[in-house]
Design a protein around this ligand. Structure first.
Ligand code: PRE
Length: 362
């Protein structure tokens, strides 16, 4: 058989499989419509997004996958299928820390899939506000970076907000130096978010020792500024920002730490049901007496609940008063977790479950 004929024969089979896939996808979408009707009839809240169900589906997809497509690729495809099914039920409105091209936008697309309707916000506080006032059903904000630590704006906003954490998503961060110039020696000013400047500190000292570093609200804002200004300035941002703002890449992967990762939180108004592999985030404040923090954490240790993080922040209510952000394994409805939390609450002056949510799958 000639190459052309052999190719044609396989392509015919691909066409046949594509038709089957297409029919099945439409069958799945029709079922999602039925789900939407049931939800509507039972008077459930306006949005149909179910984070725990999506996490369970993605875990099942990965567990039963036999290849040759990798588990991750298969899960990514199902992520997109569910995104499209949900959009067919009702388009989901999500606010994120913009502008366009930000890592938070990439995190939002990774978590919700490409059919989500994203709304760019100027600040973390604006993302919270958009969800609190119902302009968006969910929001996505950065919460911590593996090099630079916690994003305090996000933690502090939880103190005054009644929003819940509905999910988490992590993104490997690669930073690029972007400019209208193609010559590194021309660069006198570097714009970036303070965290990006910090994550590339060593590279900047080595390669642009005489440049002035100017912190701005976000890396995409930095890219936009550079696009509007002369050839002697550069921005640190992701490579999507280069496409969006028409800049050239002067240097890539300029982050000092190889495994540089940022974790983002999905915020919403509802508590999420258990998915089987969950985390719970707490906000607590201790009574001001000796050994208070130790007593506070004792129920967790006694019940074998592992605590993955504890962060303290000033409460902003009184001088030297602190709130603690605690992450534990499990869902607040798990009986062991629920009873530990009851004890913990009795030792606290402030106690809030910020949310229980599925561990990131992708
Ligand atoms: O099972 C549901 O509740 C659905 O709405 C269906 C579906 C899906 O496509 O499987 C879509 C959106 C939800 O976030 C979860 C799952």
């Amino acid at each position: 058989m000639s190459e052309k004929k052999a190719l044609q024969a396989v392509r015919e089979q691909i066409d046949k499989v594509d038709k089957q896939l297409q029919d099945l996808l439409n069958e799945r979408t029709a079922l999602a419509h039925q789900v939407a009707e049931i939800k509507q009839q039972s008077g459930e809240q306006a949005d149909f997004y179910r984070p725990e169900r999506e996490a369970m589906i993605l875990r099942q997809v990965m567990a039963r996958n036999n290849g040759p497509l990798s588990d991750l690729e298969m899960a990514r495809l199902f992520r997109e299928i569910m995104s499209a099914c949900l959009a067919a039920e009702k388009p989901l409105q999500v606010a994120y820390l913009g502008p366009e091209g930000s890592f938070t936008q990439a995190a939002s697309l990774k978590h919700f899939g490409g059919s989500v309707q994203l709304h760019s916000m100027a600040t973390i506080a604006d993302v919270f506000h958009a969800v609190e006032t119902g302009q968006a059903c969910y929001g996505v904000v950065p919460v911590e970076n593996s090099t630079e630590g916690m994003v305090n704006h996000t933690l502090d906003r939880f103190v005054s907000s009644s929003l819940k954490i509905n999910g988490e998503v992590t993104i490997r961060i690669h930073h690029y130096l972007l400019s209208k110039s193609a010559d590194l020696s021309q660069i006198k000013t570097v714009y970036a978010h303070p965290q990006a400047l910090a994550q590339c500190r060593h590279w900047l000292t080595e390669n642009l020792p005489n440049s002035v570093q100017i912190p701005v609200n976000s890396n995409s804002e930095a890219a936009k500024l550079v696009a509007e200004n002369g050839l002697d300035c550069a921005a640190i941002a992701g490579n999507r920002a280069a496409e969006i703002y028409g800049l050239s890449v002067l240097a890539n992967n300029i982050e000092d730490e190889v495994g540089n990762t940022t974790r983002f939180l999905v915020i919403g108004t509802q508590l999420v049901e258990p998915s089987g592999e969950d985390k719970t985030a707490l906000l607590v404040s201790t009574k001001n007496k000796p050994g208070a923090l130790q007593n506070l954490l004792k129920p967790l240790a006694d019940k074998g609940i592992s605590m993955s993080r504890i962060e303290s922040r000033p409460s902003r209510k009184g001088i030297w008063e602190y709130v603690f952000f605690i992450d534990i394994e499990g869902h607040c409805q798990d009986p062991t977790v629920a009873s530990a939390l009851q004890e913990l609450e009795s030792e606290s002056s402030v106690f809030r479950v910020l949310g229980s949510y599925p561990k990131a799958v992708l």
